[in-house]
Design a protein around this ligand. Structure first.
Ligand code: AP5
Length: 216
């Protein structure tokens, strides 16, 4: 199954993609995690990515499309994938079509903005694995330490209040039109499109997502 998860920053895309990916036996492809790994590994490109991402701006479509197309060639994607945070512009959706990157279902995670701000201000992440925690809603067993590796957790630069506000405005400007596009396309033979409520506890959201991904 080839799935796209779309939602504003902090909607729970990464958290839920990791859970569903394990459940379905398909990889979670997070463009945010891939870019953070690229910026740690590369100095020239890394500097450009750092400036764009820390301010909450989008990375150019062509760069993202190249990264994703290359990742989807790997053998673990043969029976499906869960795209987390991609596509997020109409240009990326068009680029997917031109590269024959196909999808079966698009799920929008819908949630109010007050809740997003609370989630992002308490988020802690483990960069190497992409595991995410929240200091109140999903705490690690030991504060500041990843449960599985024992390595330190970090807070993201783009979770500062100004960057969060900007990321939300970028979502409204560039990604919302994509939701209308997928909704209309689903009515004329395109991928199935559904919306789930992203608020409430983690397990409840996981169940809603699993229900919407069941074959109909
Ligand atoms: P990316 O890393 O994808 O960031 P994002 O889309 O802003 O989403 P987040 O990772 O902030 O949130 P999430 O929805 O995954 O929520 P999470 O599960 O962590 O992208 C970062 C940057 O990379 C972009 O700004 C851009 O610069 C660039 N980029 C990436 N993709 C790109 C693309 N396609 N094109 C161009 N540029 C791109 O949850 C958040 C917190 O809430 C966590 O603490 C979690 O524990 C907690 N939480 C989750 N669910 C619940 C719940 N139900 N109840 C309580 N707490 C919860």
């Amino acid at each position: 199954m080839r799935i796209v998860l779309i939602g504003p920053p902090g909607a729970g895309k990464g958290t839920q993609a990791q859970r569903q990916g394990q459940q379905l036996g398909i990889p979670q492809i997070s463009t945010g995690d891939m870019l953070r790994a690229t910026r740690r590994a590369s100095s020239a490109l890394g500097e450009q990515l750092r400036e764009l991402m820390d301010a909450g701006n989008l990375v150019p479509d062509e760069l993202i499309l190249e990264l994703v197309a290359e990742r989807l060639q790997q053998s673990d994607c043969a029976s499906g994938y869960l795209l987390d945070g991609f596509p997020r512009t109409l240009g990326q959706a068009e680029g997917m079509r031109l590269r024959n990157i196909n999808i079966d279902q698009v799920v929008q995670i819908d949630i109010g903005e007050d809740e997003l701000v609370k989630r992002l201000s308490g988020r802690w992440s483990h960069p190497a694995s992409g595991r995410v925690y929240h200091q109140l809603f999903n705490p690690p067993q030991r504060p500041g330490i990843d449960d599985e590796s024992g390595e330190p957790l970090v807070q993201r630069e783009d979770d500062q209040a100004d960057a969060v506000r900007h990321r939300l405005s970028v979502f409204h400007e560039h990604t919302k039109p994509l939701l209308d596009f997928y909704q209309r396309w689903s009515q004329t033979g395109g991928p199935r499109f559904s919306v789930i409520n992203g608020s409430g506890d983690l397990d409840a959201v996981t169940q809603r997502l699993a229900d919407t991904l069941k074959p109909q």
